[in-house]
Design a protein around this ligand. Sequence first.
Ligand SMILES: [Mg+2]
Length: 450
Amino acid sequence: MKTLLLLEDNADRIAGFEAVLADLGQDWRMQVWKDAPTMLLECADCFDQTALLSLDHDLVPEPGATVDPGTGLDLANYLAGHLPFCPVIIHSSNTDRSWSMHNELRFGGWNVERIGPLGEDWIPKSWLPKALEMIGQFERTVIFQKAADHQARARRALLSLEGLAIADAVGEMLSYRYAAAPRIIREGLVGGPWFRTDDSEMAISIVEILKLYGHIHQDALARRFAWRFERDQDRGYGKMTRMQLREIIAGAAWRPTAAAAFGGQGSMGNGGAMRVAPVGAYFADDLEKVAAEAELSALVTHTHPEGVAGTIAVAIAAATAWNVSTAPTDERARSFFETVLRFTPESQVRRGLVLASGTPTTVPVEAVAKALGNGFLITAPDTVPFALWCAAHNLDNYVEAISTTISGGGDCDTNAAIVGGIVALSAGPDSIPDDWRKSRERLPFWELVV
Ligand SMILES: [Mg+2]
C-alpha cells in the first residue's frame, strides 16, 4: 500500500485528487488533512507507507473552527528538519509562499517541485504527470521500523524525557547552590518556565527519532541534533559538541566529525549518557537491543569507548528502572547494579560502577561524589557511576533522587538529567510534583500525541 499525504482544504480539489488516485498506481490510497496543526500531529504515523506528499499553502478555517489552520509552510519547516523519504509537490497559487516552502525543503535535501493550480483540470493535466515522474524516480532509502506496540514505547520514552528535562532544568537552576539544594527544594522552587539545557535538547532529538523511526537512525539523529542546535544555540552545549554540530550544519558527515574529536581519540564526555535514558525506556523489554541502540546513539558524537560505555550503562539503567520489581529497596539497588554491570563493557566507567554498587547509603553524598566523581570533569567515567548510585537508591522517589543528586555538586544539570530520565520510569509520573511539571518549558508539539 502506498499513501499520498495531502494538505488541502478545498473540497473540489480533494475530489479532484481522489479522481486521479488510481492513475498513480494500483495500490494507492490517500490521507487528507485540512489544517496544518492536525497534519503535524498525525502524519508521522503514516510515513512508513507514504510515497508522495502534496501540500497547499493557504488554508481557510473550517466553519466554526476556533484554531488557526496554519499554512503549508508549517509542514515544509517540519519535514525540512528530517531526512527526505519521498517526493513532495507544492500545489499552491500563493507564489511567494510556495517558493518559501520550496526553499525550506530543497535546502533540506528533499526532492520537491511546484505545480501552479491553473485552470479547471490542472490536477489531471499538470499535477498527475509531475507526480508520476517524481514517483518513478524515487527510491526509498529511509526505513521506518515501528513495532506493533510503538505507541506504548513512545509514551515510555516521553515519560523518561519528561523526568530528564525537568531534572536538567532544576539541576541547572541550583548548580551554584548545590549544597543547599535539598533545603531549597523542600521549601519550594520559584515558578517556571525553567530553562532546560543541552541535555534535554539532545534527548528531545532522540525521542523524536524513536517516535518517527522506531529505532536509532544515526543519519536522522545527527541531522536532528544539528537542526535543533542551529535554531537554539544557547543551551549550554559543550565546546566539542558545538564544534561538531557546526561542522555538520556546514555539510560535514557526522561519522568523520565524531571520530576526529579530541585529536582522533573521540569524545569520552558525558554527552552520550546525558541524553540516552529514553532509549532504555523505548526498548525496555529487550536489554540487548537497549545496549545496541544506546551505542548507536552515542557514536553520532561520542566514539571513545568510555563515552560509549557510559551511554550503555545509563540506557540499561533506564530500562531496568522500568522493569524494576517491587522487591525491598536494597535488593532492588543490588539487582539494578547487577543488570547494569552485565551490559556495560569493561571500562573505567564499569570499574566506577563496581565501586558505586558497593557503596552503601550510609556514606554521605559529598563523600560518594568525591570517591566516584560528580561530573566535574564532564567525562563519562567521572559522571555515570555517581548518577547511577543516586538513582539506584531512590528508585521510588523522584524528588529525593534529584535532590540528592544535585547536592553532590559537579555537573549538576547533567547528573540530574541522567537520574531524572531513569527514576521517572520506576517512580512513575505521579512522583513528579505537579508544579514541577507545569514549570518545565514546553516540549515540541508532538508531546500531545505520544
Ligand atoms: Mg547541560
